[in-house]
Write a protein that binds this ligand. Structure first.
Ligand SMILES: [Zn+2]
Length: 120
């Protein structure tokens, strides 16, 4: 079962409506980030046991987690010293999607979608 099916089965609600936390990470020095979402990955994606690797070093990452302690999930995105949590608020996957598409980094003002991998 995929993690999405797992979460839906547990809550009995569409995935987009389940409450979790939306977070935005700002990397002062851009770095390659591991993720379960494909927007940051190359085509075909490179991956390891933790997920897809971003196609290039990126400055921002937008994620969503269902974990009670979001920081545990965030710790899987690389070493804390190189990463700043610039946004962390309750929200759904739908909120995450909105943040990815139209959000701006609260720290540097850059469009968060600029970190997506280029698609030909
Ligand atoms: Zn930023």
């Amino acid at each position: 079962m995929s993690w999405e099916q797992d979460v839906v089965a547990k809550h009995g609600r569409p995935l987009a409506e389940i409450e979790g936390h939306v977070y935005v990470l700002h990397y002062e020095t851009p770095q390659v980030v591991k993720s379960v979402s494909s927007e940051y990955a190359a085509v075909p994606p490179q991956q390891d046991q933790d997920g897809f690797l971003s196609a290039t070093a990126i400055r921002h990452y937008v994620g969503w987690t269902q974990q009670a302690n979001p920081r545990k999930r965030i710790n899987r995105h690389g070493r804390a010293a190189q990463r700043e949590i610039v946004y962390l608020e309750p929200g759904t996957l739908r909120d995450e999607e909105t943040m990815k598409r139209v959000g701006v980094c609260p720290k540097c003002g850059e469009n968060l979608r600029d970190s997506f991998a280029a698609r030909s």
